[in-house]
Write a protein that binds this ligand. Structure first.
Ligand SMILES: [Zn+2]
Length: 53
């Protein structure tokens, strides 16, 4: 069974996993990294930060 992880904010499939032994597919809502970042930025007081290694 394929599990499609769909972002509930941008409606994009951001991950796909498989559950062996079952047929069909299922959708699971979640939040993709992009939206998680944006939410992090929105919740942050400081402006967008870029990290350099
Ligand atoms: Zn998203």
């Amino acid at each position: 069974m394929k599990v499609y992880h769909i972002c509930e904010i941008c409606q994009q499939i951001f991950d796909l996993s498989e559950m062996p032994g079952q047929e069909g597919s299922v959708e699971m809502l979640g939040i993709c990294n992009d939206c998680a970042d944006e939410m992090g930025f929105a919740a942050s007081v400081s402006p967008r930060q870029t990290y350099y290694n």
